[in-house]
Design a binder for this molecule. Structure first.
Ligand code: NAD
Length: 438
């Protein structure tokens, strides 16, 4: 069997590619695939297949604006790999959505589902639109028409979208309704991230933050940092950051810094994170809290990333840890709450410096995991209690974290490489087992 293994000597061209920062989500995803493959014996043809999406649908979505004008938007659905089960991934409404971005993000979803051992493959999609430019009525009409345009490629056993940037539980309810109307029956399992009243799961919203907290707790325990003596800085006080911060505080950690897009605050004795609303409860509430609390020390978002803490949780946006600041990161452990907060070059610097970076595909995978629970509840027509969601998430996260730790130990690789190795080996084995049809 042909296999892909790292060549001992890289050509000059390869070396240049390896050190340059990848520019797109697709380049990053392909490079990460190659990196993980270097640690495994994988059939070349399987690797070749994984470098390409199975299918990308591009659709035109006509929308009648409130003033009666008709405008046509472009939508995409990229489906990367379904060897382990139906495609799964978010739908974003954003002016910078592109075909390649959808493909790259769909590859990430394949690895995220596989590292969690969920029976799903990866997908991603969206519409090229600024959601802030749409009235509620326009957003609903756009969503319903987009659903119709991609109806042939989505479904509860084929491809199950979820919320992402610019979309929310209400958007998912419209998709479910539009799909169900055309199919002639109520099919809640076609999307996840719905409001609980139409088949959504309790605990879905806070799940990515909860998984970040669980993974932080396990990693601190592994490296002998008792939570009661552990200091944490969290960048971004949104769904992910606020939920992670509150749970870690509840479990004994001291949250010494938090931030929103405008300001960051620091208190060596610990910030009462329960007193600050999260971004969805009240946008940019860290700034408001700082204004109301004149004694609190205000720092910049950049300084927050360089604080001398035990754990740093970047949970705001991508590409905040870069070649420019990675040498100044003073935390011993970085837990990636956001998607892609660490650039390739920064990851290399942090690895060199012995900083343990727990990757996004593991740390914030609580979201897709509770989406899986939601899908199970929908197809079984049986709702779970919040307690059950928490218990099952705890068990899935600890299981996935342990599988990654085993690879860290046995292969002596970074947590990121270990997570990709776990994911890729599961996907590749499934391909080898199923073979190529016809
Ligand atoms: P959110 O919109 O709820 O909150 C984002 C927070 O980050 C806000 O406090 C905002 O003020 C702050 N912020 C925005 N830009 C910033 C900047 N440039 N510098 C510092 N702070 C900034 O977002 P969220 O849902 O918590 O998502 C945060 C990250 O986590 C994103 O990368 C997202 O892709 C990722 N993520 C989210 C989920 C989810 O289901 N919510 C799941 C997995 C990953």
């Amino acid at each position: 069997m042909a296999s892909h293994q790292q060549s001992a000597v890289s050509t000059e061209e390869q070396q240049a590619t390896e050190t340059a920062e990848p520019e797109t989500a697709l380049e990053t995803a392909r490079r990460q695939l190659e990196r993980a493959a270097a640690h495994l014996e994988i059939d070349d043809s399987v690797l070749e297949r994984l470098e390409h999406p199975a299918k990308v649908s591009e659709v035109s979505v006509p929308l009648e604006r409130d003033d009666g004008e008709v405008e046509v938007f472009t939508g995409y659905r990229a489906q990367h790999d379904s060897v382990r089960g139906p495609y799964k991934g978010g739908l974003r409404y954003h002016p910078e959505v592109t075909r390649d971005e959808c493909v790259g993000l769909s590859m990430w979803m394949t690895w995220k589902c596989a590292v969690m051992d969920l029976p799903f493959g990866g997908a991603k999609g969206g519409v090229v639109v600024n959601p802030k430019s749409l009235s509620d009525g326009e957003k609903e009409r756009l969503t319903r028409r987009f659903t119709q345009e991609i109806r042939s490629v989505i479904g509860p056993t084929t491809d199950i979208p979820a919320p992402d940037m610019g979309t929310d539980p209400e958007t998912m309810a419209w998709i479910m309704d539009a799909y169900s109307m055309q199919e002639g029956e109520t099919i809640p399992g076609v999307v996840t991230g719905k409001p609980p009243v139409v088949g959504g799961s309790y605990g879905r919203e806070e799940a990515p933050g909860r998984s970040v907290a669980i993974v932080t707790r396990e990693t601190c325990d592994y490296y002998d940092y008792p939570l009661s003596d552990t200091t944490v800085a969290v960048q971004g006080f949104g769904s992910v950051g606020a939920n992670a911060a509150r749970l870690l505080e509840e479990w004994g950690a001291t949250i010494v810094a938090v931030s929103d897009v405008n300001s960051a605050i620091y208190d060596a004795d610990g910030i009462d994170v329960g007193a600050i609303p999260s971004h969805d409860e009240e946008p940019e509430a860290v700034t408001a809290y700082a204004t109301e609390t004149p004694d609190i020390t205000r720092i910049s978002n950049e300084a927050l990333l360089e604080l001398d803490v035990d754990v740093l949780v970047p949970a705001a946006v991508g590409n905040v840890l870069t070649a420019d600041n990675a040498a100044d990161v003073a935390a011993d452990i970085v837990v990636e709450g956001a998607n892609g907060p660490t650039t390739f070059a920064a990851a290399a610097i942090l690895e060199e410096r012995g900083v343990h970076v727990i990757p996004d595909i593991l740390a914030n995978a609580g979201g897709v995991t509770v989406s899986y629970f939601e899908w199970l509840q929908d197809i079984n027509r049986r709702k779970w209690s919040l307690e059950r969601v928490h218990e099952e998430l705890e068990s899935e996260m600890v299981g996935a974290w342990s599988a990654v730790r085993d690879e860290v130990e046995s292969k002596n690789v970074t947590w990121r490489d270990a997570a990709y190795v776990v994911a890729l080996s599961r996907v590749a084995e499934a391909h080898e087992m199923r073979g190529l049809w016809p």
